[in-house]
Structure formats: C-alpha cells, structure tokens
Design a protein. Structure first.
Length: 111
C-alpha cells in the first residue's frame, strides 16, 4: 500500500499531543530519606492538626499526651483516655499517617 503525504501528515498531527507530553518534565520534588514524617513528634503534630477541626481543639487537648508508633512505614497516633474510676467510657482519637509522604490514611475516634 502506497502512503501518501496526506496520510503521513495526519499520522504526525495525531501523534503530536503524545510527543509533546512525553517531552514535558515532571516538576522536581525532594523527598527526605526518612520521608516527610521522620519521627513521632512530627506524626503527633500532624495528627493533632487533623483531629482539631474534626473533634474540637479542647477535646483533643484533653487527650494529651499522645503516643505515636511506627509500623511498616505507617505512623499510628493515639490520644490518652483519662478516667477517674475502674470503668472508662469513651475512646480516643486515632490517626494513621504515611511516613513517606504524610498522607492521612485513617482517622477515627473510639475503641
């Protein structure tokens, strides 16, 4: 089959968006070796910032101190349940945060 100049031109025009997109470079972004959430202190600060508008600043402040543990590159941050008797009612705020990029994976309150 003989290709005409018009056919070749149409092929080039059709491929042009793909070719220009392939040449665009992605914006540079630095990712620290330990991720954007390298330690428990940072994880707690992020969790409190997320919890406060949801549950209220006073309520979240009442759950201090907070504990953060790292497992499989996910920080789990929990508040502390304060109770004055043998039976504790209620629960605490919980958050799971990705160590690498700080994504909020889960937020809940209670047990």
């Amino acid at each position: 089959m003989k290709r005409t100049p018009l056919t070749l031109l149409l092929c080039v025009v059709a491929a042009l968006p793909w070719l220009t997109a392939a040449q665009r470079q992605q914006p540079r972004s630095y990712v620290p070796p330990q991720g954007f959430v390298p330690d428990a202190r940072t994880a707690v600060r992020i969790a409190v910032a997320v919890w406060s508008p949801i549950y209220g600043e006073d309520h979240i402040a009442g759950e201090a101190p907070y504990q953060a543990t790292l497992h499989d590159s996910v920080w789990t941050v929990e508040g502390t349940l304060h109770c004055g008797g043998p039976v504790c009612l209620g629960g605490v705020a919980e958050a799971e945060i990705a160590r690498r990029d700080g994504r909020i994976l889960r937020v809940s309150h209670g047990r």
